[in-house]
Design a protein around this ligand. Structure first.
Ligand code: GAL
Length: 430
């Protein structure tokens, strides 16, 4: 019942529902139907999943040693402690099927097999994820799971896998949302049947429909991200473009289900095999990496690191481990930020938080410094607030009704606005 209430809160405008009783009834009916659907998927993580994913750094060259090294480095750098606890092996691990049609790991890359690797990863207090596709083959033309959903889900559960990234690649019917739903649902059900608590992530399409919420923990909403601010490749996204695709889908996100604009490229600096494929430029600037972290946290998106953890410099580690940014991402209200102001130069985003605070994002999309003067009542935040600049770690010394300051090119300023203590109450913003 709690879940039902959370879903209602997260997806509907309660104020307008009160005004419109017919709307309220429809909302309750659809939430109940949804509740029925929920039974088929694994609801393992109320807040966005945090971890590391192999694709951007390794492409097809992922192997057992890399995964073990990443596990060790997540612990050594303190990233595990900061919340990044899942290691997800992407495309490139599978070695086909055995005589009983069971999936096998490529024995050259994973000589000790997946079960032993899962045990190693678990021994570090981390979780292990794996990759497959809703077709006969993956993007790398390796074996996929279509037609073998239950057998493969059982295999993953037997290995102790905690997360499945299920792609829409290989021989799949493009532009067919119904087939997309059917194939994803088949794997979501198969996972639920195993009774093992592993999470499901999948391709949700370019404009995902509400059914995605019932199937898994997060769904990709756009083409692959690249280690660039803007991509000129028609099927790739830079940070700004992945954000643009995701910010429009704020109503879909809520507890146990989040829009996924793809991995964090923070710290790649042009060194990734896939993530930096267009990155002859050396990747992004630190300001752009900080913006990616800000936006992904504000949008309640999964946080998957993709650089070589052991080689991350202190600046990247500071960006990725910022406690207050992570707490905004992991906030238990589970709202995705809504875009309140959109201009050619900048966007203003608001994410309401569980304790009544608001996280405010000021994104400078332009290539110049801008001066911003933002009265809070112009974005529906009435009254005065204590203001904390999250990145600069600066607190206001008195209650403020507005914020003024410079925002660097491609920078995102993140402010946490708190009501004076005994007046904490959600105001008019959704
Ligand atoms: C793409 C997917 C990438 C990666 C790749 C592996 O479809 O978007 O994130 O998983 O397949 O082949």
């Amino acid at each position: 019942m709690l879940l039902l209430k959370e879903l209602l809160m997260s997806t509907m405008n309660i104020k307008s529902m009160r005004k419109n009783k017919k709307g309220l009834l429809l909302c309750i009916i659809s939430a109940c139907l949804l509740q029925g659907h929920i039974a088929i998927s694994q609801k393992t993580s109320k807040t966005p999943i945090m971890g590391w994913m192999s694709w951007n750094l390794c492409r097809e060259n992922v192997n057992e040693k890399i995964i073990k090294d990443i596990a060790d480095a997540l612990v050594a750098t303190g990233l595990k402690k900061a919340g990044y606890t899942l290691i997800s092996i992407d495309d490139g691990w599978v070695g086909g099927r055995d005589m009983q049609n069971n999936l096998i790991a490529n024995p050259e890359k994973f000589p000790n097999g997946m079960k032993a690797l899962a045990e190693y990863v678990h021994s570090k207090g981390l979780k292990l994820g794996i990759y497959s596709s809703a077709s006969q083959t993956t993007c790398l033309d390796l074996t996929g799971s279509y037609g073998f959903e239950q057998q493969d889900a059982n295999r993953f559960a037997d290995w102790g896998i905690d997360y499945l990234k299920y792609d829409w690649c290989g021989n799949v019917p493009e532009n067919n949302p119904e087939e997309l739903r059917i194939r994803n649902e088949a794997m979501s059900k198969a996972i639920a049947n195993t009774k093992a608590p592993f999470a499901f992530a999948f391709w949700g399409g370019f404009s995902p429909e509400y059914w995605v919420r019932s199937l898994g923990n997060n769904w990709r909403i756009a083409y692959d991200i690249r280690d660039v601010w803007k991509s000129y490749h028609p099927q790739r996204k830079g940070i700004l473009q992945a954000y643009e695709a995701c910010i429009q889908l704020d109503k879909l996100a809520g507890p146990y289900g989040f829009n996924d604009p793809d991995m964090l490229v923070v710290g790649l600096y042009g060194t990734g095999k896939a993530g930096s494929a267009e990155g002859h430029t050396g990747g992004c600037t630190d300001i752009e990496y900080q913006t990616q972290m800000s936006l992904w946290c504000l949008m309640a998106s999964p946080l998957f690191l993709s650089a070589d953890i052991a080689k991350l410099n202190q600046t990247s580690l500071n960006i990725l481990k910022n406690k207050e940014m992570i707490s905004i991402n992991q906030d238990t209200l589970c709202r995705q930020a809504r875009r309140i102001i959109e201009t050619n130069m900048y966007d203003v985003l608001i994410k309401p938080l569980a304790d009544g605070d608001y996280a405010l994002g000021l994104l400078n999309k332009s290539d110049d410094i801008i001066d911003v003067s933002l009265p809070f009542n112009s974005i529906g935040l009435i009254g005065d607030f204590m203001v904390k600049d999250v990145w600069r770690q600066r607190n206001s010394t008195s209650h403020l009704k507005s914020w003024k300051g410079e925002v660097m090119a491609h920078e995102t300023v993140v402010l946490r606005l708190s009501k004076p203590v005994n007046r904490k109450k959600q105001s008019t913003v959704r």
